[in-house]
Ligand binder design. Structure first.
Ligand SMILES: *[C@@H]1O[C@H](CO)[C@@H](O)[C@H](O)[C@H]1NC(C)=O
Ligand SMILES: *[C@@H]1O[C@H](CO)[C@@H](O)[C@H](O)[C@H]1NC(C)=O
Ligand SMILES: *[C@@H]1O[C@H](CO)[C@@H](O)[C@H](O)[C@H]1NC(C)=O
Ligand SMILES: *[C@@H]1O[C@H](CO)[C@@H](O)[C@H](O)[C@H]1NC(C)=O
Ligand SMILES: *[C@@H]1O[C@H](CO)[C@@H](O)[C@H](O)[C@H]1NC(C)=O
Ligand SMILES: *[C@@H]1O[C@H](CO)[C@@H](O)[C@H](O)[C@H]1NC(C)=O
Ligand SMILES: *[C@@H]1O[C@H](CO)[C@@H](O)[C@H](O)[C@H]1NC(C)=O
Ligand SMILES: *[C@@H]1O[C@H](CO)[C@@H](O)[C@H](O)[C@H]1NC(C)=O
Ligand SMILES: *[C@@H]1O[C@H](CO)[C@@H](O)[C@H](O)[C@H]1NC(C)=O
Ligand SMILES: *[C@@H]1O[C@H](CO)[C@@H](O)[C@H](O)[C@H]1NC(C)=O
Length: 838
């Protein structure tokens, strides 16, 4: 060697099959309660209190009548089949309470490359069979609240129809959804296209409704109605022969509207709700019609003269077929209007009426204490602080209980248990019925080392929360300022009551000095900024660095009174603060790592090479370890997981990890000092959530196949106060956290492995790279300063405790365990914080 050793870094790289066994963990959601669109609620007609609902991006749920909570039936969906969390239709067998089906798939456009599937279950959704379809399903596409477009023959449960999107038409299964064939005889496949840029696929069929009375039990029902997304011609079709031939229902209104829901009452009427948009956000006109299936007569029963909204949800009381209800799909101002008729639509009453502006009279009282963040305290009359909702496509009366109604909105599920009070002139009591539904997209998570809350969330669409009690719904979203979507947050590691959050819309950035008790907006924001991006707070709170969207990277030493462009770092870089040195920040863009040692004013490229190039994003792919200056990790997606102990100058590829979509740190294992590391990724070919207690050498899987939560790639942090706990942000299943539960099994990956000894060097001359290894690790280091010749230290046993097994920790700052190693290995200094038996 021609150069002076400055740092020795030895790492074990496990190549053995290992690390894929589960620890026993329990998984729960940090309660937010609701938070997203609920397009449909489906009451079983076969069993009282058996109720399902579907969400657009967060899978399906079943009501648990014991707990009055919803249980997710979709946490088994993993990163490879994430699109199955999109649910475009749900059908519960009306005769066999065990059977339930879901049309699953997220998008029909290029955002989703996977085909959809019909999920079928014979145990009420406890487990599912995935029956692939030869095309995509759009659970988060326009028109997703119409329906249901999947229906089970009420006379012959083996037969189902599914109305596809994209011009694929109507499909039929005669074997309980296992295989499907195209019903090519339907003359109209629903050609309407929502927009010419993103959603260019036809919306397709909007509903499939069997007329049970046309058939007899045990034989296929002959009469079936379908609605299609077409506002230019007939859009209600009927077959009288079980789907062999179809024709447009004669006399139907051609009104420029789309049929959303089609329901048949037990007294023989097909009711249809219409809107001039396919939904769920739109609609400025619409009507309600009823069709007498015996006489063929159509009657317009529009509940509201000259509506400024379309109609979505449509409910028929199973025990009183003349009692029907509908709702404005989107009456944004002052609130939704729910309508009820007890005479088949001849006369209607509204859940509220105008009296003298701005006053209204109400047939209800409403209580959001189960999800108090729904209150909009700044609402000005006649807008209420608690709204009945918007995007209301789901409106259902319990077929076993005329007093119970549920309706889904863009943000929650409401319900009442004394609905019939409406008819007697007294008020109905409405409350949040969404307990157990966790349907948010969580964009960032923080767990500071001190303070009253262990968790802070940054959430899409509803802002985000201080979670002082994970088991309770937070009382309010971040406010003053509030963001619709919070995209990033950080706290000062050594002064954690100081926090910053960024999001949209303007003012884009907010600060707190009180752990989130109160916030204030940055008093200035550079004019080119268009979105929150991500933010990093100096370890001592002396500055913040902000990488917004639409503009360059900035730093501020005045908590947002002024911003100065950071030099030397590209726009859109991911950023992170060193968690010890308040002047130090890291950046990551392309495959280049940047460092600032002056509070973000200037950045310079480090010498690190061989890192993956990530696509732009606001996920925290680069993060520094609390308590150890210069210790940095990169979650490089399919490029792997990378670790630097030298201020980002060089990184080691932790090659046992073949994919790491996120990385975070939590309290060290008992007796250890280096924080526990958590990743969502792939280890030895298995996708999962993993923990390493030994600086990433060995990993244990901590989730199981029933708890995969889709892509789960948005945010991750350990808890610095609770060993074993990790918080993970999902896209549609909320903020989940895992705790060690019960017996802990052994770490499975005793690394029978390659040892990669990496010696970085400080050149006397200007360049040098020395690699004394069996792997491809390349180290190049250009900083010069301190030198040390120490590379390995054999520890002297200082206690009678048993010596540490090979590969275990045997020293480091604050280490209180044994410092001797079992025979055959020696305690080797890795860094000041960690020595390992090698
Ligand atoms: C209802 O919840 C309880 C408590 O979590 C659970 O034990 C029970 O299995 C659930 N019932 C169903 C049908 O899922
Ligand atoms: C299914 O049939 C429809 C006609 O109803 C046709 O337009 C569509 O192309 C067919 N789709 C497939 C995938 O065969
Ligand atoms: C709403 O639709 C009806 C029926 O198509 C039409 O007569 C009416 O003019 C429309 N109202 C508005 C405001 O466009
Ligand atoms: C169909 O609906 C779309 C969306 O509301 C509208 O732009 C279009 O004009 C409508 N077409 C007809 C014929 O009503
Ligand atoms: C109910 O509607 C009918 C027409 O549909 C009307 O004749 C009657 O007066 C209405 N009854 C009430 C109580 O408004
Ligand atoms: C229903 O609401 C009324 C009016 O707000 C209230 O007096 C009553 O206590 C409520 N009942 C229940 C069961 O919550
Ligand atoms: C990291 O940077 C600090 C100064 O910011 C320096 O003291 C330290 O030696 C560096 N560590 C390594 C391993 O280069
Ligand atoms: C890191 O190692 C993994 C093997 O786990 C490999 O697939 C990946 O290509 C490596 N990344 C780089 C940038 O060399
Ligand atoms: C854990 O590993 C130790 C040493 O290999 C072994 O003696 C012990 O039985 C293992 N425990 C479990 C629960 O597998
Ligand atoms: C660890 O040791 C350092 C001194 O090396 C001390 O400042 C720090 O408080 C200790 N941390 C813990 C958690 O004991």
């Amino acid at each position: 060697m021609v150069s002076i050793k400055t740092w020795a870094y030895t790492i074990l790289v496990s190549t053995a099959a290992a690390a894929t066994q589960s620890y026993q963990y329990s998984w729960n959601n940090a309660q937010i309660v609701g938070g997203g669109f609920i397009p449909s609620v489906v009451f079983s007609q076969a069993q009282k209190d058996l109720i399902y609902l579907r969400t657009d991006i967060g899978g399906v749920y079943r009501w648990n009548t014991t707990t009055s909570r919803w249980n997710s039936l979709s946490q088994w969906v993993g990163s490879d089949n994430w699109n199955l969390l999109g649910s475009d239709a749900l059908a519960a067998d009306p005769n066999d309470a065990s059977r339930v089906y879901v049309a699953a798939g997220m998008y029909t456009n290029s955002w989703d490359t996977n085909n959809g599937a019909i999920l079928s279950s014979t145990n009420q959704g406890n487990s599912w069979q995935v029956n692939p379809l030869p095309f995509k399903v759009g659970g988060n596409d326009p028109g997703r609240g119409t329906g249901e477009r999947l229906a089970i023959d009420p006379n012959l449960g083996s037969t189902l129809f599914f109305g596809a999107r994209s011009g694929h038409g109507l499909w039929k299964s005669t074997n309980y959804g296992a295989t499907w064939t195209n019903v090519t005889s339907l003359p109209n496949t629903g050609p309407y296209v929502f927009d010419p840029v993103y959603f260019t696929d036809p919306v397709g069929i909007t509903f499939v409704t069997f007329d049970k009375s046309s058939g007899t039990s045990g034989s296929a029902t002959p009469t079936v109605y379908v609605g299609v997304a077409d506002n230019t011609t007939s859009n209600i079709y009927v077959t009288k022969n079980g789907g062999t031939t179809w024709s447009a229902v004669s006399g139907q209104p051609i009104n420029g509207f789309f049929p959303h829901k089609g329901r048949i009452s037990s007294d023989g009427y097909l009711y249809i709700s219409y809107s001039n948009g396919v939904g769920p956000y739109d609609g400025s006109n619409g009507t309600l019609a009823k069709y007498n299936t015996a006489t063929g007569a159509w009657t317009d029963i529009n509940p509201y003269p000259s509506p400024y909204f379309g109609y979505g949800g449509l409910a028929i009381d199973a025990t009183n077929p003349q009692t029907i209800m509908t709702v404005s799909l989107n009456s944004w101002w002052p609130d939704a209007i729910i309508f009820r008729s007890t005479n088949g639509g001849a006369n209607w009453t509204q859940i509220w009426d105008w009296t003298s502006y701005p006053s209204r009279s109400y047939r209800y009282s409403i209580d959001d204490s189960a999800s108090p963040w729904l209150t909009a305290p700044d609402a000005v009359a006649p807008e209420p602080t608690i709204k009945l909702g918007w995007m209301i496509e789901a409106l259902e009366i319990d077929p076993f209980n005329s007093n119970r109604i549920f309706w889904g909105t863009g943000a929650t599920l409401w319900g009442s248990n004394n609905l019939k009070n409406w008819d007697s002139g007294s008020t109905i009591n409405i409350s949040v019925m969404a307990n157990g539904i966790e349907e948010t997209s969580v964009l960032d998570l923080l767990s500071p080392p001190t303070g009253t809350a262990n968790l802070y969330s940054a959430v899409g669409d509803i802002g985000g929360f201080v979670h002082t009690d994970l088991t309770k719904c937070p009382t309010a979203a971040y406010s003053s300022p509030s963001f619709t979507s919070t995209t990033g947050m950080d706290y000062a590691e050594s002064s954690p009551a100081f926090m910053a959050r960024v999001g949209t819309p303007s003012p884009y950035v907010a600060f707190t000095y009180s752990s989130g008790s109160s916030w204030y907006a940055a008093s200035s924001v550079p004019s080119a900024v268009t979105g929150g991006g991500m933010i990093a707070a100096a370890a001592d709170g002396s500055s913040v660095v902000w990488s917004p969207t639409g503009d360059v990277v900035y730093y501020s030493t005045t908590t947002g009174s002024s911003w100065t462009a950071a030099s030397g770092i590209p726009s859109g870089s991911r950023i992170a603060s060193d968690r010890v040195n308040g002047k130090k920040y890291y950046g990551y863009s392309g495959s280049t790592v940047y460092i600032s040692t002056n509070g973000g004013a200037t950045f310079t490229k480090t010498a690190a090479t061989g890192l993956p190039s990530l696509t732009a994003g606001t996920d925290k792919a680069i993060k520094a370890v609390p308590g150890i200056e210069g210790d940095v990790w990169i979650a490089g997606g399919t490029g792997g997981l990378f670790h630097s102990v030298n201020n980002g100058t060089s990184f080691t590829n932790m090659t046992v990890v073949t994919s790491a979509v996120s990385v975070g740190f939590g309290k060290a294992a008992p007796g250890l000092t280096y924080p526990a590391i958590y990743i969502v990724g792939k280890v030895n070919g298995v996708n999962g959530f993993f923990r390493s207690d030994d600086t990433g050498v060995t990993w244990v899987r901590i989730n199981d196949d029933q708890h995969q939560y889709g892509t789960a790639n948005q945010a991750l942090t350990g808890d610095p106060r609770i060993y074993g706990r990790v918080y993970i942000g999902t896209n549609g299943l909320g903020a989940v956290y895992g705790d060690i539960a019960g017996a802990v099994t052994n770490s499975t990956s005793t690394p029978t492995t390659t040892t990669v000894s990496k010696t970085s060097t400080t050149p006397v001359s200007s360049t040098s790279t020395t690699t004394t290894t069996t792997s491809t690790t390349t180290v190049s280091k250009t900083t010069t300063s301190k030198t040390t010749t120490t590379t390995t230290t054999s520890a002297t046993p200082t206690s009678t405790a048993s010596c540490i097994a090979k590969y275990g920790q045997c020293g480091g700052s604050n280490w209180t365990g044994a410092t001797c190693c079992v025979s055959g290995s020696t305690c080797s200094l890795q860094n000041p914080y960690y020595s390992q038996c090698l």
